[in-house]
Design a protein around this ligand. Structure first.
Ligand code: NAD
Length: 271
């Protein structure tokens, strides 16, 4: 039986499962979706981390649960989907957003780094909707959002395995639409440019550390400031920029938009 929601909004009554909801883009989206009336299953590696997001939603009068799961494990993905259905009755939207950075180039990259990045950033995106698809297909309705990246569309130096995974996410999204569009399922990929979340700032810190910086924080910030200059919009992204696109794509307002990779990148890929 589907849970009852009293709030109004652009996602009223929709049950949304968001992975990577403990931080960055996923957390901002979970909070934004809840403001618009969604019932939100917040998933992250550790239940205690993601409970912060769920508690904020509940504190603001919304409905949410916190679930710990590793999206690269089929067992965990099946469990998080079952827990969502148990709590809220169904899954209307999966936002497969969890991800890790993937530094390296084709010559120096170690095999274990490749394997983990592909496991989380590519296989984890597939597994995040695999089990929910059964529920969606049975009801003839569902929406999948997959977080890709501009790195899956254009070359960005030093992110070889990440780019491979994100390019795969875009291809997988199109495949989902061809296979399941006739059964009422929409799917789109979101391709953000640089948004200084922990995933990004950790990468910049690691880079300046490796270069022998003695003023790590300032040098990492200087790197981000340099990157911002490459964006025609004149700034890096904010988590709210991505959450706004995710909200639109999750809602029925975008009901004829499917199979697309949509950039939210301050014009980076236009330059
Ligand atoms: P973030 O590090 O702030 O958040 C990512 C979250 O995913 C973390 O809470 C982390 O614990 C979780 N996570 C990692 N591995 C997981 C796993 N195996 N199972 C479950 N949860 C896991 O980073 P973010 O920037 O918010 O990243 C969100 C998504 O956006 C990622 O897919 C990332 O690749 C993508 N992205 C980010 C940017 C950017 O500039 N921030 C740009 C393009 C794409």
């Amino acid at each position: 039986m589907k849970a009852q929601q009293t709030a109004n909004g652009r996602l009223a009554d929709k049950v949304v499962l968001i992975t990577g909801a403990g931080s960055g883009l996923g957390q901002a989206s979970a909070l934004r979706f809840a403001e618009e009336g969604a019932l939100v299953a917040c998933v992250d590696l550790s239940e205690s981390t993601v409970a912060v997001t769920a508690d904020k939603i509940i504190g603001a009068g919304g409905q949410a649960i916190a679930l710990g799961a590793d999206v690269s494990s089929a067992k965990d993905a099946e469990r998080m989907t079952a827990a969502t259905i148990k709590a809220f009755g169904q899954v209307d939207v999966v936002f497969a957003n969890a991800g890790i950075g993937g530094p390296g180039n084709a010559m120096d990259l170690e095999e274990d780094v490749w394997d983990r990045v592909i496991d989380v950033d590519l296989k984890g995106v597939w597994l995040s909707s695999k089990f929910a698809l059964r529920n969606m297909v049975a009801r003839g309705s569902g929406t999948i959002l997959n977080t890709a990246s501009i790195g899956g569309l254009v070359g960005v130096r030093g992110i070889f395995p990440y780019a491979a995974a994100k390019g795969g996410v875009i291809a997988m999204t199109k495949q989902l639409v061809v296979d399941f569009g006739p059964k009422g399922i929409r799917a789109n990929a979101i391709c953000p440019g640089t948004v200084p979340t922990p995933l990004v700032t950790d990468t910049y810190v690691a880079r300046v550390k490796a270069a022998g910086s003695t003023n790590i924080e300032a040098d990492a910030q200087a790197g981000l400031d340099e990157m911002a200059k490459k964006y025609p919009a004149g700034r890096l992204g904010r988590v709210e920029d991505v959450a706004a696109l995710a909200l639109f794509l999750a809602s029925d307002e975008s009901s004829w938009i499917t199979g697309q990779a949509i950039n939210v990148d301050g014009g980076y890929t236009a330059a």
